[in-house]
Ligand binder design. Structure first.
Ligand code: NAP
Length: 287
């Protein structure tokens, strides 16, 4: 023995599979009891290849889980007004239970205005100001899917967050910021790091729970991982590489998410789970 440890892997693929099985059962139950199939509307602006792939993947997962998906494809030239009108109509349509507007929508569009046209009860991707505030206040609402997936992974592996120092590297509106808010809501002591943070290594070394959400391959060195830390790598960079140097970090961490197969699969699983939850609420189905 050389005294090094090897972290236990946090299996996002397995957990996402179990969540999706539960979603499929709930979707079938809702359909049986109400005669209405839970429905997610996906709104795609333009033909960005990555966005087209993401939306196709989300729709395929919906189909497999017994969720209907209604695709609205708009030209890249669509105006903010026309996009807002389209989303408002979906918000008012009783046959639609969840709405996903695929980001990005193009520089000439006011993306925030488009997101805000999503009714809070249909905001299954957790992108509206209402959902963000609910996350911050700890009130009922839909979480951003990737941070929501991170919390489910932490719970699955019984990570006790109260009093722990959680360091979140990255502060984007869809990932870092809400992840920190959800960790704070579970009584962790949260530090955010970003591109202006001084001596990032010193802060990362203090983390009991480290969430990497930067978008830079192997940005966090294993030597900076506190021995025994829980490492959540949300990064997904070209070549299937995360934001953490996995090979060296796993020798110091107690638990670590692999890339791929950690955080990634959880995002769509949470989207599906929140869609059936939205449908159940709108159709007044009790569990
Ligand atoms: P983003 O919007 O580009 O945000 C990156 C964050 O990292 C920013 O807050 C930025 O700080 C910070 N940052 C950049 N350089 C830094 C540095 N040198 N030191 C410290 N912080 C630095 O990215 P994102 O959308 O949050 O995504 C982050 C990563 O997660 C990407 O790899 C993305 O592919 C992945 N991701 C995965 C999923 C999934 O489903 N698994 C979902 C979403 C994103 P500033 O705010 O100061 O600029």
């Amino acid at each position: 023995m050389d005294g090094t440890r090897t972290a236990r892997l946090m299996d996002g693929t397995g957990l996402a599979g179990r969540i999706t099985e539960d979603v499929a059962k709930t979707a079938a139950d809702i359909t049986l009891r109400t005669g209405t199939v839970p429905c997610l509307a996906t709104v795609l602006v333009g033909e960005d290849p990555a966005s087209v792939t993401y939306v196709r993947m989300k729709r395929a997962r919906c189909r497999r889980a017994g969720i209907e998906s209604r695709q609205v494809a708009l030209p890249a030239s669509v105006s903010t007004g026309a996009l807002v009108d389209t989303i408002t109509a979906l918000s008012q349509d009783p046959g639609v239970h969840g709405i996903l507007l695929q980001h990005p929508v193009g520089p000439h569009i006011d993306e925030r205005a488009a997101f805000e046209a999503i009714a809070p009860e249909k905001d299954v991707d957790g992108v509206t100001m209402h959902s963000f505030a609910a996350m911050g206040f700890g009130l009922p609402g839909f979480a951003s899917c990737t941070p929501g997936g991170i919390m489910r992974l932490l719970d699955e592996y019984d990570v006790d967050l109260a009093g722990k120092h959680a360091v979140v590297v990255g502060r984007s509106a869809i990932l870092g910021k809400p992840a920190g808010m959800l960790l704070l809501g579970r009584d962790a002591t949260v530090t955010y790091c970003h591109s202006h943070t001084a001596d990032l290594s010193a802060i990362v070394r203090e983390a009991d729970v480290l969430v990497a959400a930067v978008g830079r391959p192997r940005f966090i060195a294993g030597a900076d991982v506190k021995p025994g830390a829980v490492v959540i790598d949300a990064g997904y960079n070209p070549g299937n590489v995360g934001d953490v140097d996995f090979g060296t970090a796993r020798e110091r961490a107690s638990l670590i998410t692999p890339v791929p197969g950690g955080v990634g699969p959880m995002t769509i699983a949470v989207l599906l789970a929140q869609t059936v939850e939205a449908a159940a609420r709108q159709l007044a189905v009790r569990s």
